[in-house]
Write a protein that binds this ligand. Structure first.
Ligand code: FES
Ligand SMILES: [Fe+2]
Length: 381
């Protein structure tokens, strides 16, 4: 049965396929607990999810963990050198197997010490040799799809999902254009932000630079806005500025690198973004983790050569932590309050024909993916 709130309600304006003719998603999509719950199955339990970086699981026995709503997952490197992912739950009585990141010889459950190899097989289970008909094969760990993409470890709970690389088409080519050294990067640090907004408010905000001139004065000073273009392409969209700007900034070093650009960023369905700053090789992932209908935990993971942050990259990271993120978080928390206001339900996407840096078509592109995934019927035709 369809949840009625997914359909057009009295008082709603239509959400249309054409961004220039469409109103934004109704406000309830950003705070209704039922819609938040529906998103789990409709979006997160069947889409590719960023879990970490391949440098964190380079050696045999190395593992990393991630959590997709209630689903704890771990990714580990086997003795044979393969990367495997499993539900992070013991098949005995359900205890969690591993925490955080690290390296082990064998995975031993902290509860009753059942031990598993990195291929998921149950190696030992104390006292079960004294049981009749106990079959260890029945209690192997439950696998999850895993794939490495430009150094990013991606997992998918849907066993039938097609590969991430296939789903994202030209994305890899685009990333490698701006970051040719992407395979040489290693995990450096994770910055965490606890934001009082729905995860989609944060994504909407990332997807347009219409707010840059008013909210990020420093950003428009650093980035060449004339060449800034926003493009949508299947399950991702990009925002790239292909010219350099003369600036005194230490955070943006235009002297280095073979490719001329002043910013490159991608949104990847459903909930993460990829950033490349000019200067020394770097790439970062900003992931919006839905914690509650009106709360989102953001992780920004930074990858640099050898995992060592140089002074120039530290300036770029500090700029993000001290300037850009606080500016965006303030905007999103205010919008979240506004979405609960009785004086607001929907706005319009400001979209121009040239799809310029001021155009909000990528916000519509994302909201359309959300509406389609949820099976929402919001256009009366
Ligand atoms: S729950 Fe893991 S060994 Fe019992
Ligand atoms: Fe912003």
């Amino acid at each position: 049965m369809t949840y009625q709130a997914l359909n057009l309600q009295p008082g709603d304006a239509p959400f249309r396929a054409d961004p220039a003719k469409s109103y934004t998603l109704p406000a309830r999509f950003y705070h209704d607990p039922e819609i938040f719950a529906l998103e789990k199955d409709a979006i997160f339990y069947k889409s590719w999810w960023y879990a970490g970086h391949v440098s964190q699981v380079a050696e045999a026995g190395a593992f990393l963990t991630t959590r997709i709503h209630e689903q704890n997952i771990f990714v580990a490197r086997t003795r044979q050198g393969d990367l495997r992912a499993f539900y992070n739950v013991c098949p005995h009585r359900g205890h969690k197997l591993v925490e955080g990141t690290g390296r082990k010889n064998i995975i031993t459950c902290p509860y009753h010490a059942w031990a598993f190899d990195f291929d998921g097989t149950l190696k030992s289970a104390r006292n079960t040799e004294n049981m009749e008909g106990f079959n260890r094969d029945e209690f192997a760990l439950k696998p999850v799809q895993v794939e490495v993409f430009c150094g990013l470890v991606m997992v998918n709970l849907d066993p039938d999902a097609t590969s991430f690389a296939e789903q994202t088409g030209d994305l890899e080519k685009e990333i490698r254009h701006y970051m040719p050294q992407v395979d040489d990067l290693a995990f450096a640090q994770r910055d965490t932000y606890d934001v009082k907004s729905n995860w989609k408010v944060m994504i909407d905000n990332f997807l347009e630079c219409y707010h840059c001139h008013t909210a990020h004065k420093d950003f428009v000073d650093l980035v060449d806005m004339n060449s800034y273009r926003v493009r949508t392409n299947g399950l991702y969209s990009s925002q790239c500025s292909d010219a350099v700007k003369s600036t005194e900034s230490k955070a943006f070093n235009f002297e280095q690198g073979d490719v001329e650009f002043s910013y490159a960023g991608w949104f990847v369905w459903p909930n993460f973004t990829i950033w490349v700053y000019p200067g020394e090789p770097n790439l970062s992932v900003l992931q919006m983790n839905p914690a509650e209908p009106e709360r989102c935990i953001e992780y920004q993971d930074w990858f640099v050569p050898n995992g060592e942050v140089t002074p120039q990259l530290k300036d770029a990271i500090d700029y993000q932590i001290d300037v850009l993120q606080p500016e965006d978080i303030g905007l999103c928390e205010s919008v979240q309050e506004g979405l609960k206001s009785s004086g607001y339900n929907q706005g319009r996407f400001v979209v121009d024909k040239g799809r310029t840096e001021l155009s909000e078509h990528a916000v519509h592109h994302f909201q359309k993916l959300v509406a389609e995934a949820l099976g929402a019927r919001l256009d009366p035709g």
